[in-house]
Design a protein around this ligand. Sequence first.
Ligand code: NI
Length: 180
Amino acid sequence: MAILNILRYPDARLHKVAKPVTEFGDRIHKLVADMAETMYDAPGVGLAASQVDVHEQLVIIDTSDTKDQLRVFINPAIVWASAEKQVYDEGCLSVPGIYDGVERPAQVKVSAFDADGQPFELEADGLLAVCIQHEMEHLLGKVFVDYLSPLKRNRIKAKMLKEGRGIEREAALKAAGRRF
Ligand code: NI
């Protein structure tokens, strides 16, 4: 297993759209194991492959207190979302230190494949529902700060750029440069 580099906002690679996984096997098992090690080390409750620069539809989540209930969602799709909404203070491993309220459906039903390629469906509410939606948006190239006002987003961007160091900083500056 290995700890992977997590891309930091506003790295342009976070905005790539992930492709479906078409082959299950050792490569996917290794990716899941490496992503799990990376997520637990961070520590975080969810990680999308996009955040480790792998642009395939794979998300891992563990919202348990004991950190031993890893869930894997491959090629996930929301098949139902409640009309009822909830606002949750979200954070993101790609935007360290930033938390802000995001409104989303309170309950969702998701269909996906597990790491062995077995299909399943899951109904989620609370933190798990928030996490599923947040991670799935990474696969679409979206980061939660995209929901915030342009003023807030620019402030966060500036903060992230200031904090970035070394190669990460260079990559972030390059990414920001492309937006103008
Ligand atoms: Ni995130």
